[in-house]
Design a protein around this ligand. Structure first.
Ligand SMILES: C[S@@+](CC[C@H](N)C(=O)[O-])C[C@H]1O[C@@H](n2cnc3c(N)ncnc32)[C@H](O)[C@@H]1O
Length: 210
């Protein structure tokens, strides 16, 4: 695999198809006290760094490794869009996120789980007590967090007129299965795509409580 064009890979992966989700991270950053985030299964989605000064990205994809190897190009991409005065601090770990990682436990304010498996479970130990988990349910991770006693479901993220918003309203109406089944960890793990719920959100926000 040759050298990767950082700008081009970010553009074709996220900008061209309107998939940056920038204002979701902006909303999270302004609602919660977030200084540092962990993003397992990030691929090259460096958008959180536009709003959060310190982010650690993890992925086991070769293209992601090649992308982050060009640290100054990635720093240039981030610095064009960042919304804070300090220099961005970011790093990349080329690994399976469920393997032991050289990260301090209980040290991150935000754990990001987007389309990348059961991040909430495998990387929970790195999140502070009181820290925030942002998870979607594409691979069933939000459903997994919902039945995890260490997390409390505190808000939902929805899209209206192309903008992301956070709501704390009617939280009881989410995570009600369409079919009357017992939702278990084993079941979600086997499915790997989440079960159907009567009401869904784009993403879900949890607080780590224990
Ligand atoms: C569909 S992409 C999503 C990328 C990014 N989270 C986003 O929302 O744009 C899933 C990424 O998760 C990574 N991934 C999945 N399981 C992983 C694991 N166990 N360890 C590290 N990376 C993983 C894949 O390599 C891939 O880059």
């Amino acid at each position: 695999m040759g050298k990767i064009d950082v700008q081009e890979l970010y553009r074709e992966s996220y900008v061209e198809n309107n998939f940056e989700r920038a204002d979701m991270f902006e909303a999270i950053r302004s609602r919660f006290n977030i200084n540092c985030a962990l993003y397992p299964g990030s691929f090259v989605h460096v958008t959180p760094s536009f709003f959060i000064q310190e982010v650690v990205y993890i992925d086991n994809d070769q293209r992601a490794r090649k992308f982050f190897e060009q640290k100054s190009s990635v720093a240039g991409l981030i610095s064009k869009k960042k919304t804070y005065n300090e220099d961005a601090e970011f790093s990349f770990i080329y690994s399976d996120y469920s393997e032991p990682l050289e990260l301090e436990e209980g040290s991150f304010d935000l754990l990001i789980s987007q389309y990348a498996g059961f991040v909430s479970r495998e990387c929970k130990k790195y999140l502070k007590i009181g820290g925030i988990l942002l998870a979607n349910n594409s691979h069933g991770d939000a459903g997994m967090a919902f039945i995890d006693d260490d997390y409390e479901f505190i808000a939902a993220v929805y899209v209206k007129n192309g903008r992301f918003h956070i709501t704390e309203k009617d939280l009881d109406s989410y995570f009600i299965p369409k079919n009357q089944i017992q939702v278990t960890r084993d079941h979600l793990e086997q499915l790997k795509k989440g079960i159907g719920y009567t009401k869904t959100a784009n993403s879900y926000i949890f607080r780590k409580i224990s």
